[in-house]
Structures are given as C-alpha cells and as structure tokens.
Design a protein around this ligand. Sequence first.
Ligand SMILES: [Zn+2]
Length: 420
Amino acid sequence: MLDLHLHYKRLGTALALVMVLFGSTRAFKHYYSVEQIPSELAANPTPPVAPIIEETTLTLASGGSVQKLLTGFGVNKESALQIANAFAQFVPHNKLKSGQDFNVRYKRSEQGVEIESFHSQSSIDQKIIITKADGNYISKAEKIHLTPVVHVFEGNVHSSFYSAAMKAGVPTKLVQEAVDVLSYVVNFQHGIQPGASFKILCNALRNDKGDIVKIEQLRFVSLKTGQQDHKLFAFTENGKMRFFNEKGESVVRSLLQTPLNATKLCVTSGFGMRRHPLLGYNKQHKGVDFGAPTGTPVLAAGEGRVVACGWSGGYGNRVHIRHSGGYETVYAHLKFINKNIKPGAAVSQRQVLGGVGMTGSATGPHLHFEVILNKHHINPMKVQALPSLKLTGGSLKKFETVKSATQKEMVDFIQTKAVA
Ligand SMILES: [Zn+2]
C-alpha cells in the first residue's frame, strides 16, 4: 500500500480529477492526506519510541491494600508506598473496600512500571487524585458535581411485581418501599394481571456523565392492571412523609390486601398450587390463597388481638385475629407460628405471625387468608378497609399542588426520554 502511495505524486493531478468525477469526496481527502506523509516517515515508518503512557483500571482484591495492588502491577516498593500513603490521607487503609477501582496512567520501562497519575472515587461525590510532581506523589480531593434530578422507572409485570421492578433497574430498597405502600391496596397475587404496568418516580442524583449515581426518595408509584389504576403520591406535612391516593386518602388501610412478604409472590398462583381446586373466594372456599415458598413471612393484615392460634384440623396451623370495626382475619396452613403469637396477644399491622407452609389439608405451600366482617365471611379482595387518614381543607389544597407537580415531573421525564 505504501509503495503504491509513493507513486501518487506523479499520478496526482490525473487521479484527483478521476476522483472528483466519481464524486468521491472521501477518497479525494484521503488522496491529499497521503500526499502529506513526510518523506522521512515514509522511508522509516517506525520512529524512535518514547515510553507510551497507558491507562488501566486496577481493582482491589479482598484483604488487599493499595501498596500490594501496585507492587503486584509492577511498581517498585518505594513508589507504591508513597502512593498508598498519599491516598490514605483521604481514605484510611482500614476504610478501603474490596472491589474499589483505581484508574492509573502509567509508563512501562525496563525499570518497571512508573505511575504518572492515580485516581479513585472515595464516595459518590468525591474522587482522590494522585499525581507525580518533582519525583513525589501528592494527593488532592476533587468534588464530583452531582445534580438533583427526578428519575422514573417503568415496566410491565410478567411473573412478579418484585422481579419486574428489579429488571427495570429499581434499587432493592426502593422496590421494598413500593411493595410496602402498595400492599395496603393491591393483592400482589390475584389483583395483578400479567402485563400490568407500573411507574416509580423518585428523587435521584446524577453525575456529569449523565449516570444516576444515587436514588433518594420514593415519591410516586403507580400500578395499572385491568380496570384498576392505583396512583400513590408521597406528601410531607409537619415533617412526616406519607402516601396518599389521588383523592388525598392515606394509603394506610386498617387491613392489608397482601398479608405476606410480597417480594416472593408471583402473579400466577404457582408454587405447586395448580392442583388446588379453590383459589378464589366462594361459598365453600371462604378466603383467598396466596401461593408462596415455604417459610415466606406471613404478616398480620391489621392491628388487633389474637383470638386463637394453633392446630385446627384442615386449617393446619392457624392464627385468628380480631381487629376494630367488626373485622377478623384468619391465616391457615402455616408451617410454624411465632412464639410471641398467643391467644390474647396484641399484634401490630405487618407483625410477622409465622411462615407459609402446607399443614392441614393443603396440597402445596400457600397461605389461606380469610376476612370476617360482623361474623360473616367476606371476599378479602373486596374489603374496602378504611383509610387511616383523609386530607381536608388547607392540607388537601397543599396535597393537590404536590400531586400536580409530581404528575408534571412524570410527564416531563417521559417526554425527555422519548426525545433522547
Ligand atoms: Zn384456601
């Protein structure tokens, strides 16, 4: 190729003309760049090599130190110690965690590896930079600029709300918070149809590269399934943050729709429940069944007092709780009942009663859950438990403002994303 290029000079004018005729601008440019190759470089294509500065990322192994990491990379002991000490001025040795990344720029020579600069993030908003000056390594901290932003996660539920949210990138803590607020109003197994859509809006921090580096406050969660469209808004009043529905009613209900740790619940009744003939509520089957892995924590649906607990024929291990307003709840087929759950004991909402099992006449691990109102069994999925609080007056006005602002932020985020 190079030999051919050398002949271009003579062919120059003619070739340029041909290229213009063919309309190949790119080739035309290339032709001139070839013309400009310095003759000495063409004659001797490998100029004398200065040590090339390379870059790489070193990751701290478990139990490792900065010094060991560097000597292992080929840096001499003295320099490695200097760099380690410079870094320790900001991050003490004992605060280092395995998996920490260090970006290094270095030169490799016969003497070994020489570090030019070394930097690592010490927290989400600070990085430590070590540079070489007059043969010594000096360190400084640099603030990483973070911008508060709103972030929206979206997804569709196929097997479980929990796994769909995780798949959408929602951090675990935020998923748990969303599950907790939705548990009051959604039956996470029978109340969600496959394909249901959700949105989760939260406050977050973004770095200059555009990456979300920290998720802060959950501010809105919606779940749309069939005819139902749950929209829950965070609203802070007197320093207390609570979730409310669109009407300004507290999401906290006297009874949970899902009296289980919902992270383990699939929207189809799996877990060996296929042969169970009675999944839904009817005259013979006076409750709803939640198929869940053995041992899944069973939660008290509401505050109340234990009426009875222990073995009860086909129910297996059963807990019966009386609540206010004429409500009672029953939890059956438990693998075990917690020791502090005894007749007469007071229980709080979400208190763990025991674990899912298949005791009694159960054919697979599941929770059989009944709701009784004024001595009559009612369909737990149709319970209209009362909200603990309903906003009125000035509070409701403030809430309406927050609600509109949140909805606008949601629309803005989705539109911006669509454009990008
Ligand atoms: Zn049942």
